[in-house]
Design a protein around this ligand. Structure first.
Ligand SMILES: C[S@@+](CC[C@H](N)C(=O)[O-])C[C@H]1O[C@@H](n2cnc3c(N)ncnc32)[C@H](O)[C@@H]1O
Ligand SMILES: *[C@@H]1O[C@H](CO)[C@@H](O)[C@H](O)[C@H]1NC(C)=O
Ligand SMILES: *[C@@H]1O[C@H](CO)[C@@H](O)[C@H](O)[C@H]1NC(C)=O
Length: 265
C-alpha cells in the first residue's frame, strides 16, 4: 500500500513535470515566433527610403527651369507625374464621390506645373490654392494657368515650403488636400527624412478641416506603409488602384492612391 502510493506519487510527479516543461517550451517558442513576426512587420513599415536627388530643391529648380523653356518653346506643360491616366482617375474621384461644394477650399501641395489645379478649375472648383517650394515650379504654373485663361481669384499660386508653415494663418480650414508625389519627394530628402515626414504629417493635419479629406498619390510607398505613416491622424476612406505603368514593354512602379479622412483627436 505504502509502496504503491509512493510509486503513484512519483509517476504523477514525472508526468506533471513533463507536462509543465512541454507547456513552458511551447509558450516560450510561440511567444518568440510571434515577437519576431510583429517585430519584422513594424520594422518593414518603419523603414526609410534611400535618399535621392528627387528630395532636394536644387533638383526641382533644374527640372522646372527646363520645363519653363519647353513650355515657352513648344507650349508643352511638362510631365504629369505618375501618368495622366492615374491623375485623371483621381480628379474624377474627387469631383464625383466626395460631395464637395464648388467653393470648398482645396490646396495642392507641391503643385508643380499646376495640372491638377487646372483640372479642378475646369470641373468648376473656384477656391483653389497651389503651393510649391520651387520658385521655378510656381513660375511655370502661373504661365500654364494664364495660358488657359484661369482667373487668379479661382486659383492662387504661391511659393511655400510645406514643412515651414508655422506662422501662416491663411493656411487653415481646407476641405481637401491633394498631394501627388510631394510626400514622396520629402521622403527622399538626403537629410532628416524621418523628421521631415513627421513634420509633414503634423502640418497637413493642421491645414485640414475636421471633416476634410487628404488625397495622396505615391510611387515610393506601398498602401500599407502610407496607412501606417498617417494612422495617428487619418483614417482610410478608400483606395484607388492603378495598374503599373508600362514603358516600352517594361512594367514600371505602381501608383498608390489613398483618400483619407481626418480623425477627430
Ligand atoms: C514629383 S513632383 C510632383 C509635382 C506635382 N504634384 C505633379 O503631380 O505634377 C514633387 C513636387 O513637390 C515639390 N516639393 C517637394 N518638397 C516640397 C516642400 N517641402 N514644400 C512644397 N513643395 C515641395 C517639388 O518642388 C515638386 O514640384
Ligand atoms: C476674376 O473674376 C472676378 C469675379 O468673377 C472679377 O471681379 C475679376 O476682375 C477677375 N480678375 C481677372 C484678373 O480677370
Ligand atoms: C521614387 O519614385 C520615383 C518616381 O516618382 C522613382 O524615380 C524613384 O526611383 C523612386 N525612389 C525610390 C527610392 O523608391
Amino acid at each position: 500500500m505504502v509502496v504503491c502510493r509512493q510509486k503513484c506519487y512519483w509517476n504523477n510527479f514525472v508526468i506533471t513535470y513533463f507536462f509543465v516543461s512541454a507547456l513552458y517550451l511551447f509558450i516560450i517558442c510561440f511567444f518568440n515566433c510571434y515577437k519576431v513576426k510583429i517585430g519584422k512587420m513594424s520594422d518593414e513599415l518603419n523603414e526609410e527610403l534611400n535618399p535621392s536627388e528627387l528630395g532636394t530643391l536644387d533638383y526641382w529648380e533644374k527640372v522646372y527651369a527646363d520645363e519653363i523653356n519647353n513650355f515657352e518653346d513648344h507650349g508643352d506643360i511638362g510631365e504629369v507625374w505618375f501618368g495622366k491616366n492615374n491623375a485623371q482617375k483621381v480628379v474624377k474621384y474627387i469631383c464625383e464621390n466626395l460631395n464637395l461644394e464648388k467653393n470648398d477650399k482645396i490646396i495642392d501641395l507641391g503643385c508643380g506645373n499646376g495640372w491638377t489645379l487646372l483640372q479642378l478649375a475646369k470641373n468648376g472648383f473656384n477656391n483653389l490654392l497651389g503651393v510649391d517650394y520651387s520658385p521655378k515650379a510656381i513660375e511655370l504654373a502661373r504661365s500654364v494657368l494664364k495660358d488657359n485663361g484661369i482667373n487668379s481669384s479661382t486659383i492662387q499660386i504661391k511659393v511655400l515650403d510645406i514643412l515651414n508653415i508655422d506662422n501662416d494663418e491663411t493656411l487653415m480650414n481646407f476641405k481637401l488636400i491633394h498631394d501627388k508625389g510631394t510626400y514622396d519627394a520629402i521622403s527622399l530628402n538626403p537629410e532628416n527624412r524621418q523628421e521631415q515626414r513627421a513634420k509633414y504629417t503634423k502640418n497637413i493635419h493642421q491645414l485640414l478641416l475636421t471633416n476634410g479629406y487628404l488625397v495622396i498619390s505615391s510611387c515610393n510607398w506601398t498602401q500599407d506603409e502610407l496607412i501606417n505613416h498617417f494612422k495617428s491622424g487619418f483614417e482610410v476612406l478608400c483606395t484607388l488602384q492603378t495598374p503599373a505603368m508600362k514603358f516600352g514593354g517594361k512594367t514600371g512602379q505602381s501608383v498608390t492612391n489613398i483618400i483619407f479622412t481626418k480623425k477627430k483627436l
